[in-house]
Structures are given as C-alpha cells and as structure tokens.
Design a protein around this ligand. Structure first.
Ligand SMILES: [Ca+2]
Length: 390
C-alpha cells in the first residue's frame, strides 16, 4: 500500500514538521533544518527532508503533557494510504462507513518545494482510487488556504472545507487577528487584504461557497464569550472556562444561509481551560450542537458522543450530500498523536433499523489535526539509526 520514495513522494499524516515523535531526533540531530514556514522562521525536523523509510523508524508521542502518555513509542506515523486502509477495515468491522478528513497543511510551503498543486494532485489521485471522484465519498478535504481549495474544486467532486483560524479571542469576545494567524497564508502571499473574519461575513461566505462545501472555524467564531473576571467554575482559578456565555455570533446562521456546512474545532477536556465558557467538554459540545453546528472536531470522541446525545440532536432523515450531521466517532482511546486520536465522527444518516440492514454511517475520523504532508528522498543522505521496531 505504501508508496515508494524512489518513484514519488509520499503523503504522511502529521500535524507539524515531525515535531512530536520519538526515534531519530536523538540519533540524527543534524537533520533538523531551518525553513520559513508560512512566513515564520522555523527550525525543526521537516518531513520533506526524510525518506518514508526513515520516517517509519519514528514512533508517535503524545504532545500534551497532561494527557495519556502510555501509548508513546508504540505507533508509526501513518501514510495516507494506511489511514484509508484503516478506515475501510474499521468500516467493515463496525458495519459503519468510516470516512476520513484529510487536511492539506501548508499548501504554499509545499508548492514551493514540490511544485504548484503537486500535493493536491497526489492527494486527489489517491482519494479517487480509494473512493472515486464523487461528492458522496466519505471524505472531506480541509485547508487553511483558499487557492488550493479553489484548484481542488476543479479537480474533484469530493467535499471541501475552508478552515478558519485566529490568533486568539479577546476578553470582550472579539477575535484577535495577529499575523500569521490573521488570514489565509496564500492571501498573505498574494496581498489579499481579507482576514479570516472577513471570510465569515455574508459576503465572505458567499465567496467560500463558490468552491467549498463547508467552513471549519475555530469555535470562538461561533459562540461569543466574555472574560469578565468572574470565577464561574468556583475553583479559585480564572481561566477561559470562566468566561460568560453571550450567545451565537450569527456565523452558523449566515453559513447555513449561504449553503455551507459548519464543522467547528477543536473540542477538548484538558485541565488547561481550553474550553471557553464551559466547565466541562461534554456541556460545551452539547451547547455547540444546540447552537447548530453540523459537526465538530474533538480530541475526545467519547465526550463528543456524550455531548451530542445530551444535545439530543435530531438525526437527519436522508443521506444527501449536504444532509449529514456530524457526531463524534468512537474509534478507541489511542492518544491524540498516535495513529488515531483527535476525531471527527459522522453521525449516521438515518437511524439504524432494529431489523434489516443498517443505515449507512459516516464516521469521519480526523487523525489528530490530521495533516498531510509530503516527505521525499532527501538530497543529502544523513540516514538516522532505526528505532526499535514496535
Ligand atoms: Ca475558575
């Protein structure tokens, strides 16, 4: 299944340039490289500087100290083909169609290295082999850039999602837009003045709808909360959990009016206060479902399921391409940086029947901020020592 490097680059699933892994970092420190990543000078181990064989000597490691570390060192960094194989195998095992939600990460960066659209072309080629060129494929392609999604819209019928980020959220609930987290990076390169926030205006959403099927905004864009200094959780610690909930910003309503799905990110239950206005992750997820999101990304799929059930979100009555409602997929308890971690699940289209064939399910898995990136044959051979096989 895995592509060979001698012939062409491979797509692997990783959020950062191999930032969190154990293996060759101790044995090949000379491989750390300097790059300008979306305008920011970055020194790291970049996937593109290693062969797939070298990357396969690595093992995944949980990146957040407060989470389960017991899976560290057990799992390889998967290729896209391996993710697809896993999703299909689990579909058979569970009787549910389990989809994938690949993100094209740093498209401009990869285009500079591999050529314009090289990443997107290979992604589409693999997805079409695996699922066919159809909007009913259990796949969403997501990106924090726009021009690559516009290009993809000319190359595939698979559904596309425009991700929307920010630098932070201000005390008054407004979004903090500080470069490089103020706009799509391809907009920054081209001098397009539109910020992430601009893309969520009715005009911006109409523009996004010309090429995408949905938006994937950071959650504070959808629900306004205010930091008023009140310790609502009563733990004598002030953090984002204590924020006062004001209500919908109107973005969900505007996006739906524009014909776009809304998949918010990322829902967690860490003790660091990554929730905004909620003491626990389940309540937060339930609130967003009631607010109207069509789906969400969570690092804790069991909490996602519990939150969706608590919200009593009605299941859609059809399986139309735009009629699906997302839920959290139950895909095990692997750590977020291992093979399966942060997850986006798709709720069943129609309730499973007690008798007869089960209704189709679309359980979209998101490998932790499932980013795809190229790795390739390195120009300068500095082979790291292989790690112990898992
Ligand atoms: Ca508190």
């Amino acid at each position: 299944m895995t592509m060979t490097f001698a012939m062409r680059p491979a797509l692997i699933a990783r959020i950062l340039p191999l930032a969190v892994a154990i293996g060759f970092t101790a044995t090949a420190p000379q491989a750390a490289a300097w790059n300008t990543l979306d305008g920011v000078s970055t020194t790291a181990y970049f996937a593109q500087d290693f062969t797939l064989a070298e990357i396969k000597t690595l093992r995944a490691k949980e990146r957040l100290a407060g989470r389960n570390q017991s899976y560290n060192g057990l799992y390889q960094i998967p290729t896209l083909d391996e993710v697809i194989t896993l999703a299909k195998a689990k579909s058979i095992e569970t009787g549910r169609t389990i989809g994938i939600y690949p993100e094209v990460k740093h498209s401009t960066f990869h285009a500079d290295t591999f050529g314009e659209h090289a990443f997107e072309d290979q992604l589409v080629a693999q997805l079409h082999v695996a699922y066919g060129n159809t909007s009913s494929a259990p796949v969403f392609i997501q990106s924090f850039e726009s021009s690559n999604l516009q290009y993809l819209n000319t190359q595939t019928s698979i559904k596309l999602v425009q991700l929307i980020d920010a630098d932070d959220v201000n005390k008054d609930g407004s979004m903090s837009l500080v470069a490089p987290f103020d706009k799509l990076y391809d907009f920054a390169v081209k001098g397009d003045p539109r910020s992430f926030l601009d893309l969520l205006s009715p005009t911006g959403l109409t523009f996004v709808k010309t090429y995408a099927d949905g938006i994937g905004p950071w959650k504070p864009y959808l629900l306004k909360t205010v930091d008023d200094g009140v310790d609502r959780t009563g733990d004598f610690v002030l953090n984002s959990r204590d924020r006062e909930i004001i209500g919908s910003t109107g973005v969900i309503e505007d996006a739906h009016a524009a014909g776009l799905l809304v998949h918010a990110f990322t829902f967690r239950k860490d003790a660091d206060g990554s929730s905004y206005g909620f003491a626990n992750g389940k309540d937060e997820i339930a609130y967003y479902y009631k607010l109207g999101v069509d789906g969400l990304f969570t690092d804790f799929p069991d909490t996602g399921v519990a939150g969706r059930m608590a919200a009593a979100v009605p299941e859609p009555q059809s399986c139309g391409a735009d009629g699906r409602r997302l839920g959290a997929g139950r895909v095990g308890d692997a750590p977020s940086q291992a093979l399966i971690g942060a997850n986006l699940g798709y709720e069943p289209c129609g309730s499973p029947k007690k008798t007869g064939p089960r209704a189709p399910f679309f359980a979209h898995i998101r490998i932790d901020q499932a980013t795809l990136r190229f790795c390739r044959r390195r120009a300068t051979p500095t082979a790291p020592s292989p790690a112990q096989p898992a």
